[in-house]
Design a protein around this ligand. Structure first.
Ligand code: PEP
Ligand code: MG
Length: 750
């Protein structure tokens, strides 16, 4: 390229802005300008049709008759290969390449040198830009770089409709526009439709080209420096220790942030005339395209790192936070994966649903979605590439599907299903004050799980008898720094005030695993789910736990306080934790501070080790609560956040149910109150199995309380018990179908 892409990009922009000229003329002008600027005899643009074929849309140098006539099947020829690989191909002698496909109508016989670059959007090739020369020449690195920059600008302008009129684009796969249905997995119940909001938002075309590359380079450098120093600060954290439980991730980011190739690509793109944002986007697109082909999960993870880094950099450039983004009133959030804190940053009133390309049902983002009572569907392969910002989309948390750009009839069907749900919700509301008693007279306490102040608004509406699990870490996760004693006390007071006479069980800080707090220093861990999570951290950093206990004792002065410790694996841990409660009580007493009128201290049963030491544990506790999400994760050695393994077992299986039965019996024998607070308790079929096993206290996500109560009202436990006992002895991995048949036979509404 003789005059540099900057001038060329300006010329392209002028050609595009050539007012009233027909679209084809403008496109012809663009290929002419590129050919001239790159000293190429040929310049052609191919765009992908909905059929997958690449159609020649404009050419300078090839036979004009071939325009709109030459169509290449997916993967056909070198052009098809560029699209398939989503990478540039540069050859000095194209005809000798095995992928070369000869199309006589184009008259491309005399051209030897070939340079093709994909037009990428969201990591997907929507077309190909090609230059060709007669001589057997090699295009140098700069030229390859330049054509990619031009291809990016073309891709965005084509997709935005600036280049071609809408009717010409109708059948072109620039942005998917047909209705599609993707099958995934249900992570959170519910049904919603609205407009797609991409968590990793694409750039608007008007932000692509800069007017002042020198200034843009300075912006980029400043943003990179800010990004790096931010990461350094996190890595150095606290007293020179390694910060962030996810140290490894940060360390990788930091390494990538220094990656010379990445930095150079960004700088070159900016020097070539792109804005800093567009440069980040371009380099990200290339990475996506390259990594997306990799089957190796490790490599795909690295893509995620690069993506996150690019997102961070874009955020630094924009100086914004997701919470400050303009959102439509009916936003369906779309992401590859999402941490619970990311999700909580979005304005709750506008968020109607969540769609994830990956994720897992037991991950905390899914739990937060259930707490927010929005549907969440995960494991939707190819989701982000098939959606554009603002597309209409349905999140079907009943069937575990997503409908992209649904047809009106589909939308109508969903609206009527939503009306039915609404009606059902109204029915549940009517049950609100009805006690949950089975047909044979067993009273069940139905409680709800909570973690945010906003959950309290739902408390009365659900008709739950109290809060069986208050996840205190959510307050920490939405905060940029460690919440102070006063802030913690204020929240707990608010919760107790809102609950009134209803009991609240506070669970002390449960971080680690997939819940990371960037401001809290922690050692690097290879295996965070088996690492210093929850009470382990609390005992290692007693000041942290004591501060929380102090806040709880203060907030509950004169009232009942129920507090429990997560992830207890040994009785000694429980003793040590309980001792901290005693120390705090003594501290308060010495200062004459009022204490709770009643104090109950419990343990969560989440580690399988306790199953064989219940005789030692139960006498030490005032109550226990079974966290089935973790208990089964550890029993089955299946990481709840890892979609490759998280659903390999069924909690409705003989081993899982027998484990629960063991705990239930031990508690009944010792008179220890026991509840179940895992997600299981909120699903009618699972809850049916639980009450049949003898559990009488269930704490469910807010959306599960109504359906579970309806199930309880229709159940006869005496009859169910006989049936279930037989199932526990079956030699199959899952007894879900059998339990379902049993429920149906007994007319239990599950
Ligand atoms: C559980 O593990 O079942 C539980 C209730 O705790 P969390 O999901 O917050 O880990
Ligand atoms: Mg847990």
């Amino acid at each position: 390229m003789t005059r540099g892409p900057r001038i060329l990009l300006r010329q392209i922009r002028e050609a595009l802005g050539a007012g009233a000229a027909p679209a084809q003329d403008r496109l012809d002008m663009v290929v002419r300008i590129i050919a001239r600027s790159m000293v190429a005899e040929v310049c052609s643009i191919y765009l992908r049709r909905a059929s997958g074929e690449l159609e020649l849309f404009a050419t300078e140098g090839l036979n004009p008759e071939a325009v709109h006539n030459t169509r290449l099947r997916p993967g056909e020829g070198l052009v098809g290969e560029v699209a398939r690989l989503a990478q540039p191909i540069s050859l000095s002698d194209a005809p000798s390449h095995p992928s070369f496909s000869y199309r006589p109508e184009t008259g491309e016989d005399p051209y030897h040198a070939f340079l093709g670059a994909p037009l990428l959007r969201g990591g997907r090739a929507i077309g190909v830009l090609v230059v060709q020369n007669r001589t057997e020449r090699r295009y140098d690195e700069d030229e390859v770089e330049d054509i990619q920059t031009i291809a990016m600008v073309l891709a965005e302008t084509v997709a935005s409709g600036e280049l071609l009129a809408e009717d010409e684009l109708r059948d072109v796969e620039v942005a998917p526009h047909r209705p599609e249905r993707l099958k995934g997995q249900r992570f959170a119940e519910g049904l919603a439709f609205g407009h797609a909001v991409l968590h990793e938002a694409p750039l608007a075309p008007e932000k692509l080209l800069s007017d002042d590359p020198a200034m843009e380079e300075a912006r980029l450098k400043l943003a990179l420096a800010t990004l790096k120093s931010g990461l350094d600060a996190m890595l150095d954290g606290g007293q020179g220790k390694l910060a962030g439980p996810s140290f490894e991730v940060l360390e990788t980011y930091r390494m990538f942030a220094d990656d010379r190739g990445w930095n150079r690509s960004l700088e070159e793109a900016v020097r070539n005339g792109l804005t800093a944002e567009a440069a980040v986007d371009r380099v990200r697109n290339e990475h996506r395209a390259r990594f997306a082909q990799a089957r190796d999960p490790y490599i795909r993870e690295r893509l995620h790192d690069f993506e996150d880094l690019a997102n961070r950099l874009l955020r630094v450039l924009a100086g914004d936070k997701p919470g400050e983004r303009e959102l439509p009133d009916d936003a369906i959030l779309v992401a590859r994966n999402l941490g619970p804190a990311d999700l909580l940053e979005y304005p709750r009133d506008k968020l109607k649903g969540l769609l994830l390309e990956e994720g897992s049902a037991a991950s905390h983002a899914a739990i937060v979605a259930r707490a927010l009572q929005i549907p969440c569907v995960g494991r939707l392969m190819g989701l982000r590439d098939r959606l554009s910002e603002g597309d209409l989309v349905i999140a079907d948390g009943e069937t575990g599907e997503a409908y992209l750009r649904p047809r009106p009839d589909m939308l109508e069907a969903v609206q009527s299903r939503m009306a039915v749900r609404e009606q059902r919700r109204a029915e549940f509301a009517q049950l609100r004050d009805t006690p949950a008693v089975t047909l044979d007279g067993q009273r069940i306490s139905l409680l709800t799980n909570a973690g945010l102040a906003v959950d309290l608004e739902n408390l009365a509406e659900t008709g739950a008898e109290g809060i069986g699990l208050f996840r205190t870490e959510f307050q920490f996760m939405v905060s940029d720094e460690l919440p102070r004693l006063t802030a913690q006390t204020a929240l707990y007071r608010l919760v107790l005030d809102a609950a009134g006479d209803r009991p609240v069980t506070f669970r002390t800080l449960d971080i680690g695993g997939d819940k990371v707090l960037p401001y809290l220093e922690a050692e690097r861990e290879e295996n965070p789910a088996l690492g210093r999570r929850a009470i382990r951290l609390g005992l290692d950093r007693p000041s942290l736990l004591r501060m929380q206990l102090r806040a709880l004792l203060t907030a509950a002065a004169g009232r009942e306080l129920r507090v429990m410790f997560p992830m207890i694996a040994t009785v000694d841990e429980f003793r040590a934790a309980r001792e901290l409660v005693d120390i705090e009580c003594a501290w308060a007493r010495r200062r004459g501070r009022p204490l709770p009128a009643l104090l109950r201290v419990g343990a969560m049963v989440e580690c399988p080790s306790l199953l064989w030491h219940l005789d030692a544990l139960l006498p030490l506790t005032d109550f226990v609560s079974i966290g089935t999400n973790d208990l089964f994760q550890y029993m089955y050695a299946a990481d709840r956040t890892n979609p490759l393994v998280s659903d390999r077992y069924d909690p409705l299986s003989p081993p899982a149910l027998r484990a629960l039965q063991t705990i239930q019996k031990a508690c009944a024998d010792t008179g220890t109150p026991v509840s179940i607070c895992g997600e299981l308790a909120g699903r009618p079929l699972e809850a049916f199995a639980l009450i049949t096993l003898g559990f009488t206290r269930l704490s469910a996500p807010a959306g599960g309380v109504g359906p579970v109560k309806r199930m309880i009202l229709s159940a006869d436990l005496t009859a169910a018990r006989r049936g279930l006992n037989n199932l526990l002895n079956l030699s199959t991995g899952s007894v879900r179908n059998e339990i379902e048949s049993l429920a149906r036979k007994l007319n239990v509404v599950v």
